[in-house]
Design a protein around this ligand. Structure first.
Ligand code: HPA
Length: 278
């Protein structure tokens, strides 16, 4: 159950800080990906600490700032860092970016994350367009009393990751020469990484990338009628593929190396989108 009071308080804060904001798009930047915000001309910045239902980002590599910016003439709210289920901060913190975007009139959201790759032939630094997801968190943010803000009681999930936006992202990849893979993102709650046996199991079930985020956000956005596009940065091979342990340091370092490609791709995606009718 998502409590509306803290979300309403956050909306009031953002409206006060950015009274002129009418974002068309939102972007949520995952682990180590905060610098993608450099691809936008900034119009304003607000620290997460000032947004009641978000609070200080608790994970290293998450800047914890909301940037109001523009690229290719498209006004965008960029969330530098996210809150996660595993932080135990409640669904309100996870739902805040989607609530703000929907409330301020945005039409779509671009979700990014750092993820482990399950294919031995994939390489850290590869980027993957999320075609679909598998929720292995054992829970969804929409459990509880129905709040029509988040759409129907039983949201359809057949087309969460918008086909047209995925095609636009593919086109941005071709134009920038950034190779893009496609696949299914598989989410557990974390904060533990998977065991090698789990990675083998999830891969058998259809996982191409494994992570600890994005899925609740995509479900909320989809339910609320925001179009969704998602990109995973494969920061490491998932557990057991290589004979070495996983560390957040590796995740962070790989995302830094992939940054140039992510920025190029983001800039081009916004340019391609400017030619489309959202
Ligand atoms: N597993 C889960 N989450 C992750 C991983 C991983 O291998 N890499 C980055 N986030």
């Amino acid at each position: 159950m998502i409590n509306r009071d803290p979300l309403d308080a956050s909306l009031a804060t953002v409206k006060k800080a950015f009274p002129e904001a009418t974002p068309q798009l939102g972007m949520i930047l995952g682990s180590g990906l905060s610098d993608i915000a450099d691809a936008f001309d900034p119009l304003g910045v607000l620290s997460y600490e000032e947004i009641p239902s978000l609070g200080k980002a608790g994970v290293a590599g998450h800047a914890g700032r909301l940037v109001w910016g523009k690229s290719a003439g498209i006004e965008t709210l960029i969330f530098q860092g996210r809150r996660h289920v595993y932080e135990g901060v409640g669904w309100e913190a996870v739902a805040t970016p989607l609530f703000l975007l929907k409330s301020l009139g945005a039409k779509a959201v671009f979700l990014t994350n750092a993820a482990g790759g399950t294919h031995p032939e994939w390489t850290p630094g590869d980027l993957m367009i999320i075609d679909d997801h598998i929720n292995m968190m054992g829970v969804t943010p929409l459990l509880g009393a129905h709040d029509p803000f988040w759409g129907a009681r039983f949201p359809d999930q057949s087309f969460i990751y918008d086909r047209k936006l995925r095609a636009v992202l593919s086109r941005a990849g071709e134009k920038t020469d950034v190779a893009l893979r496609h696949g299914t993102y598989f989410a557990g709650t974390g904060p533990t990484y998977e065991t090698p046996a789990e990675v083998r199991a999830w891969r058998t079930l259809g996982a191409d990338a494994v992570g600890m985020s994005t899925v609740p956000e995509a479900m909320l956005a989809n339910a609320a009628g925001l179009r969704v596009v998602g990109l995973s940065c494969i920061t490491n091979m998932a557990a057991g593929i290589l004979d070495q342990p996983l560390t957040h340091q590796e995740v962070f370092e790989t995302s830094q190396k992939a940054m140039a490609n992510m920025k190029k791709l983001t800039l081009q995606f916004w340019q391609e989108l400017a030619k489309e009718k959202l």
